[in-house]
Design a protein around this ligand. Structure first.
Ligand code: NCD
Length: 310
């Protein structure tokens, strides 16, 4: 490593805690994991990952588990808080103080903002934020960046649009923080009530060129990366507010008719109705490739944090 930062035992809570050099280094290690992800290895033999998921997940939890297993380690955990002791009233601090005895690293998903940072304060083992309420989802943003770099061979110089629920979508918060470290132009496309969180805007606006827009059609011809998100129904305090914005954006072939030939479309998934199935078979669609990329990025993080890659 050419810079003097160690990932050993490091908590991964927010991409605001990372420098661009550190992010690039994780992406480089992820690339080196591509072949190991297919063949498997015993780099983390004897190490245990605990996945504590207090909120629903398919990809994030499974890909953390696959990442650990491909490196020869093993996993424990729960995917439903209903069956864990939290149901009996145990608080998060106690839960992590118990689990740190069982595992070498913890991946935590929790509905409350700040949950991952709190857990990291109480745990002696490193904590990886696998989604903290509407706040952040740093490992998703790393795999999004990895996908952009893999598909476009660069991140600098690109026009990127984040579309959909920029208020409650945690992946776009982490991704915006990360992209602000690169030389990109960012379009933020959302309904008025779901505009990008003020704190994120404030942090990125003086670093990169940011434009807020309401229509996707008008920005499609200009963008290299279209990052589409689901309206986060479960985070709306009022169902009537959700009803107003439901189905605001539908990316279909008509919307894409003036797109650049080499546009890529990303989505953290799950998708509801914001990208039509007809887009899936176009060369633009890279959202299912992102799933694979999530494995290698998480392998890189586990190997770095547990010190088998320096
Ligand atoms: C996202 C999440 O959980 O924030 N999903 C994921 O981790 N791939 C996006 C979402 O739920 O819409």
């Amino acid at each position: 490593m050419v810079f003097d930062v160690s990932f050993l035992n490091r908590d991964i809570i927010s991409l605001r805690d990372f420098s661009r050099e550190e992010i690039d280094y994780v992406l480089e290690i992820a690339e080196a994991m591509e072949s190991i992800a297919k063949t498997g290895s015993d780099m983390l033999k004897g190490k245990i990952l605990a996945t504590l998921f207090f909120e629903p997940s398919t990809r994030t939890r499974l890909s953390f588990e696959v990442a650990m297993q491909r490196l020869g380690g093993s996993t424990i955990g729960f995917a439903e808080a209903e069956i864990a002791s939290v149901k009996k009233g145990e608080n998060l601090a106690d839960t992590v103080r118990v689990v740190q005895n069982y595992a070498d690293v913890i991946a935590l998903r929790h509905p409350l903002e700040g949950a991952a940072r709190l857990a990291a304060e109480f745990a002696d083992v490193p904590v990886i934020n696998a989604g903290s309420g509407a706040e952040e989802h740093p490992t998703q943003a790393l795999l999004d960046l990895y996908t952009i770099r893999k598909e476009k061979n660069r991140i600098d110089g690109l026009n990127v649009a984040l579309v959909g629920d920029l208020r409650y979508g945690r992946t776009v918060h982490s991704l915006a923080y990360a992209l602000s470290m690169y030389n990109v132009k960012l379009f933020l496309v959302s309904p008025e009530s779901l505009r990008m969180r003020e704190e994120v805007l404030r942090s990125i606006k003086d670093k990169i060129d940011v434009e807020e827009r309401a229509s996707v059609e008008e920005i499609v011809p200009e963008v290299d990366v279209l990052y589409v998100t689901r309206i986060q129904r479960e985070r709306f305090p009022d169902p009537a507010e959700y009803a107003k914005v439901k189905g605001s954006y539908k990316i279909n072939l008509e919307v894409l008719k003036n797109a650049k030939e080499d546009l890529i479309i990303l989505h953290p998934l799950p998708r509801v109705d914001e990208i039509s199935a007809e887009v899936d078979n176009t060369p633009y669609a890279k959202y299912f490739q992102q799933v694979w990329n999530g494995i290698v990025v998480r392998m890189a993080l586990l190997a770095l944090i547990l010190g088998v890659v320096k």
